[in-house]
Structure formats: C-alpha cells, structure tokens
Design a protein around this ligand. Sequence first.
Ligand code: PEP
Length: 249
Amino acid sequence: MRKNIVAGNWKMNLDINEGDTLLSNILEQPIDSAVTTIIAPPFIHLERFHQMLSGSNIALAAQNCHNQVSGAYTGEVSVKMLKSVGVQYVILGHSERRDYFNEDSITISYKVNHVLEHELRPIYCCGESLEQRKEGVHFDTIEKQIKQGLFHLNEMELRNCIIAYEPIWAIGTGETASPEQAQEIHEFIRSIIAKQYNPMVAEEISILYGGSVKPSNARELFASKDIDGGLVGGASLDAQSFGQLTNSF
Ligand code: PEP
C-alpha cells in the first residue's frame, strides 16, 4: 500500500542557528506518525539534523546530489557522502535545478540510478511551465520527463522512487493547482506507469503534489484519490504549518 508523505524542501534558506531553531520547533509539533515526514534542508544542516532527529519519525532528504562517487567535481556532493550523514531520500529534478542549472531529464536519470545504487530513495520532480500549460502540452511534457528520468528502471527500482508533480506556475507563487487539476495529472502519471510496467506498480507509487501547499489547501488536495501528500517549500519553513500538513490527511 502506498504511503502518505509530507516532504519539506527548505531550498537555500536558513543558516546553522536558524536551521537548528526551526528543526527544534518542528520537533515540538504534533507530527502524525502514520505519515512519512521528510525534511530536506541545505547540505550544511544534514549531519547535525541526523543527530537531532534520532528517535523521531522524521527522515532526512538532500535537495540534490552528483552522479559520481568521488573525484574532481568541485562543489558537488555524492550520494555516498549523503548516506554517511543519515540521508534517506534525495530530491532530484526540482524545476529550480532544471531551470537554473540546466539539468535535463537524462542528466537526472543518472542521478536517479546513483541514488538507487546506494539504497536511498529518489523524489523525482516533474512539472510543466505556465506556457506549456497554456499551449496544452502539459501532458506531453510530463510524460517525457517521467519516461526519460525513470522508465529505464526495472520494476523493483521504480517501486523505490517517489514522484512529485510540481507545476512550475504554482511553485512559490501562492497559486495552487486546483485539486482537480492536480488529480488529473497524478492519474495521468499513474496511467503511463501502468502502461509501461503494470497497474500494480502504478498503484503502489507515492505521487506527491507540490506548488504552494499550505494548511489551508492541503486537506482538499491530499483527499484526492491519486495525491499521496505534498512536497512543500514555503510552508515547510514554518514549524506550525509543517506540523499541520502532516495532520491534513
Ligand atoms: C517546492 O519548492 O518544491 C515547492 C513546491 O515550493 P512552494 O511550496 O513554496 O510552492
């Protein structure tokens, strides 16, 4: 059975002290233990958070990784390094990485492989721009991203992936996809997985929605049949809001 998940993407926010304060405040919130709760802080926090989170139900994610184990890749961080500080999940292909760092789905697919080889779980992001939605090519865009990034995997490997549908026009804009718009895409993603693999795998993969999720809209979004939770930016930087999101199923 697929899991309900709330994952907080802190992006490039909060220094060491600010990060400690936010995590301490999050740890005081009532977090629903039936929900897989994940925090993806900047790299500098990971080792410390691993210690602070021991004994809690909150798991650690990284926001990116490189696809090589080690070597002359200045400024990069490998999955082996992430694993050594307790990371269990890696967000891959966030639209900000695709847009600002020119990552395409093929590049991201190598990272997916690398994460899986180290027995961590990728949170693979996909989503269309406003222009693509206006042109009516959003289904094609998402199908291409999913096919190129994930469909080289075998069934077992795919089962270890989490998918996040994040329409770019809804990220950090305050504008949320309606539950109907999000559900339509989630159902579509499940249908292409069912076609490529089989309906059972499609049913088992958690697909998160991301794009201005907050306590006031989460319950309605998460109630949709194919939405298994959220990848959350802004609202994950507020301890109370983040706690409330885990109680919105
Ligand atoms: C995100 O960064 O993945 C995101 C969805 O951000 P926000 O919740 O702020 O729109």
